[in-house]
Write a protein that binds this ligand. Sequence first.
Ligand code: UDP
Length: 233
Amino acid sequence: MTQKLYEGKAKIVWATENPDEVAQQFKDDATAFDGKKKGQIVRKGVRNARISAILFRLLEENGIATQLLDQIFDDTLLCRKLEMFPVEVVVRNFAAGSICKRLGFEEGAPLKAPLLEFFLKDDSLSDPLITDAHIAELGLVSGGELDEIKRLALKVNSVLTGFFAERGVMLVDFKLEFGKDSAGNIVLGDEISPDTCRFWDANTKKKLDKDRFRRDLGDVEEAYAEMLKRVEK
Ligand code: UDP
């Protein structure tokens, strides 16, 4: 970990001695609403690194290729280097967040089937919702690759939905990012954590994710700690 390759809102990507590997360091910094709200969540970096490592390992065990190689520090994961697609893939089981504003769903409304949405990763455009046609027009992902990404995203959803149900957590929605390795395989990258998922306690419906920060609901650190505890169970 010598040279900083990239610093994002919640992570720093470091080069390693191996050109095919990078180290992803998870930060306590938190942003919301297009970066307009900024703050820190105490111990978020180490908790998200651990949660993401456990979930990526679970997915590997279920036949989904991920970027994760090893957890090398409390807040840092060693990862395969990928060429990332500039697309965020959102999977929704229940309505929450932007789909409520966009289409008038009531928060918590169950969806008939897992719903996939794509967003263009472009801060200058505020990450707009895009369709398959936009993805093709912009040449972001080839048709075959998009089919594979959809299949993988739905498989991730079915593995995670079951895992969290056993731990008393509703997986409301989450965001994935995929990339290609040097051999051209499509691999799951980035992170899966309370920063990138909506988790609700199955009994009380208490939010256990970044919405506590976004909406100033209090108990933010406690929610991340609770999710780590349930994931480690
Ligand atoms: N999400 C994310 N990064 C983003 C946008 C969304 O990780 O840049 C996650 C978010 O935490 C939620 C899901 O994707 O679990 C769906 O987010 P939504 O489209 O509802 O947007 P938001 O309400 O966060 O603006």
